[in-house]
Design a protein around this ligand. Sequence first.
Ligand code: TZP
Ligand code: MG
Length: 280
Amino acid sequence: MTIIASDFWMRPPLNPALCQILDPLICGGHKEALKVAQAAINGGVSMLQLRSKQMNKGPLLRLAQDLLPITRRHRVPLLMNDHCDLAIASDADGVHVGQTDLPPTVARQLVGDGAILGLSITSIEQVSQTNELGCIDYVGVGPVFPTQTKRDADPTIGLDGLNEICRRIKYPTIAIGGISIDNAADVMAQGVDGIAVISAICSLNNAEQIELTASRLRSAVDSNIKPRYEKETIGGRTYCKLRGERISYWRDVPLRTDRGNYNMVVEIPKDTIARNEVGL
Ligand code: TZP
Ligand code: MG
């Protein structure tokens, strides 16, 4: 593949379909983590997050710096888990914070407007305050199923909890926790925009298996993704549905923007969604 210089320096956009969370220790070290990342991207991983609860910041920074040429070449964003300072120092494409990390508003100030900012949410109670934030790009939601990978994981939310959060949150959602090829389709059916995995990929020990697993997971995502907004006509009236729930009347108000043409949906009842554009 030819690398065009401008591509290397440009930050790739968020694509939440399949997020590989790279834990260098589970992978077997620095070199192995690079190989896992390359194979996972070859298989269809659409974003990569570097996460280590044990490693010191120096080695973690060096790994991020070595990952960046791989991820940029494939236009896959690289995010740093927890550490805004490492995201800035490595020139990573963004940062993912949890409920007990720096508040998202502070993280946004540190990493700047051009960076991708993700936030973990673990329960339905966190949805309304998250919807008010305005500074994040997506939410990680879970754990959906029990996981061995995160020792201090919150209680599982299950498929029903995931479904409810997806219907109420206004941001793109990435489900996490115990996700594998066996349950990926069921997870997608709840209305998420993508899935994140650690052990399903990091625990595999050869590139061929990693590539195959990533490509199976990606197919499960692509073939089960639900449209975020749909139209439904009942008794001559057209409604707008967000992930299966009727949220407003549909009014076609054409709007041209530099990101494309949209139809604007008006008359949105309060306490439903803040986003009022529907991509066509
Ligand atoms: N947050 C919620 S569950 C989890 C994180 C980081 C761990 C997911 O790991 P696995 O191996 O995909 O279950
Ligand atoms: Mg964290």
